[in-house]
Design a protein around this ligand. Sequence first.
Ligand code: PEP
Length: 252
Amino acid sequence: MDRKYIIAGNWKMNKTPAEAKALLEEIVKANAGKTACEIVLCVPAIDIPAAIEATAGTNIKIGAQNVHFKDNGAYTAEISAAMLKECGVEYVIIGHSERRQYFGETDQTVNLRTAQALANGLKAIVCVGETLEERKDGITFDLISIQIKRAFKGISAEDMANVVIAYEPVWAIGTGETATNEQAEEVCCFIRGLIAELYSTDVANAMTIQYGGSMNAKNAAELLAMDNIDGGLIGGASLKAPDFTTIIDSVK
Ligand code: PEP
């Protein structure tokens, strides 16, 4: 089954608009015309206009790092799906572990944000993953199962075509500690099986499932060669054009 590989960068709270423009110009130049995977950069909200301009007419897509679940209203500092869409954003990360850890994101708000993103024509990169404590307690699969069942409650099979799931073990994010190829594959395979149970084998087989957690220029090729890993969500290494390019080139 040919699935779409997606290499997505998550810049987190890094790069001013001018810095974003410069880095994107480097990334665009290094990756012009590549078709083995979809290339997405999820930039800080303030950088979005500069990012859209720097990537216009190229093979690089722009994503946001969050979206609010209401259409509009008294939600100071929040950004709506319609605002993102109008700016030219195609993807949005939802439920990143840093949002869950520091900003009170829950499985329920992940569900609401996912529904809102999809209803507005955005593609959702929904993050799931266990903490080190949860892995040590042997509840990784239970936890992932709950996160997924809640994240996609009420989301139709048709809408799942615009969903990417990123498996990001929390203990591997920004720590330099990567899950082994086998650990990452085991959970991504479990996720695909769960999607098959909840929807259908067709939906599961078509779904892009990424691994994220200290993926870098050195370990990307092995991780991306695993059967159920169809791309990466990349933090630190997406801030360096040569490293991010090597990861893109690791997709076979
Ligand atoms: C992330 O931010 O989703 C991530 C995986 O970060 P890093 O690659 O730096 O671990």
